[in-house]
Design a protein around this ligand. Sequence first.
Ligand code: C6P
Length: 410
Amino acid sequence: MEGQKKHFNVREIREQFPALRRLIYGKNLIYFDNGATSQKPQMVLDAINMYYSKDNANIHRGVHYMSQKATTGFEDARQIIQKYINANKSEEIIFTKGTTDSINLVAFSFGQLLNAGDEVIISAMEHHSNIVPWQMMCERRGCILKIAPINKKGELIMADFEALLNSKTKLVSITHISNTLGTINPIKEITQKAHAVGAKVLIDGAQSIQHMKIDVKDIDCDFFAFSSHKVFGPTGVGVLYGKEAILEKMPPYQGGGDMIAKVTFEKTTYNELPFKFEAGTPHIAGVICLGKAIEFLSQFDIEAVQKHEHDLMEYAQDMLSTFEGVNIIGEAKKKTSVVSFTVDGIHPFDIGTLLDKQGIAVRTGHHCTQPLMDFYKIPGTIRASFAFYNTKEEIDTFIEAVEKSINMLK
Ligand code: C6P
């Protein structure tokens, strides 16, 4: 993975994604719904096919050849991810169903260590996956959920966040990049401030893992959650990184096979990390292919990827801003990859439907951030979210299509 990186060439990258070659209603697909899920490169598709056609077996259980091979592939993927995010040990990488599952794991398990009156802080720009598990946990444990406010540009108000911190704060759970606004939060600074009052920090990395270098040691966060499907891997699998010392203290999330050391009817003892948190047969193919997806992404200089995506975002935003009645939602100084907008007098769904008919996939609606929609007093937005395989030419076509749609709906 280390060493010479491939020169960033968007044409060559696109060739590796078969889905990008398909036609929608006879038009070339323009896929701008990468915030929802990314397309998959041939290398990942081949690995899925290879696993199920040749290597399919359960892991950690069999002495036979195929089980050993599947186990090796699965554990190799853990190491690939450990290295990619610069975790100390592979034991700190727990495979889950995705970001949502990773956050629920922490909310349930870390939540067991909290007491009535303890406080958890999230922000006003969180995805429902980083709101509801904490509401449920607070209800169970008698804890208090506090919301760090944002300004109209969609930036966290750091002074207000700091004012919420106190000795009762036990956890701060915050998104790295907002899926709706594209805001990049200052997670290193947030982590430092939270640690200063003794709180732990969870970073929701669902929208950052595919766009920027993640170094959990440098961030110094206690937990980092992400989904495979947003980083060019399969759906149904994800990662929770946790610092070993904290994971050791946390009770298991679910009971079942693989997470035990010894079971008797009187008492069960639990397996060591990371298996303590991986009950039951996992998504073996998913994990192996997530490893492949990370290997695929690792071929490229992530800073070149980030720059390309940032340029696309700025280009689209600048063009959209020139249209009368178009409002950009989310104008943080530090943002990336996402342009959300509304159009006066037109429902986002109507624009989304007309764009679809022109072969352009965007997401419309509340993007699982209803409190954020309430904050802006809007029903939803039209969201174009970019990946490194998107191009300026696609944005030109998109802009023309938006203009045409607005004219038709006016
Ligand atoms: N956001 C979007 O279109 P899952 O569903 O578990 O893979 O990821 C949940 C999640 C958590 N946090 C953030 C910041 C997210 O963006 C998402 C998923 C998708 O914006 C689907 S709602």
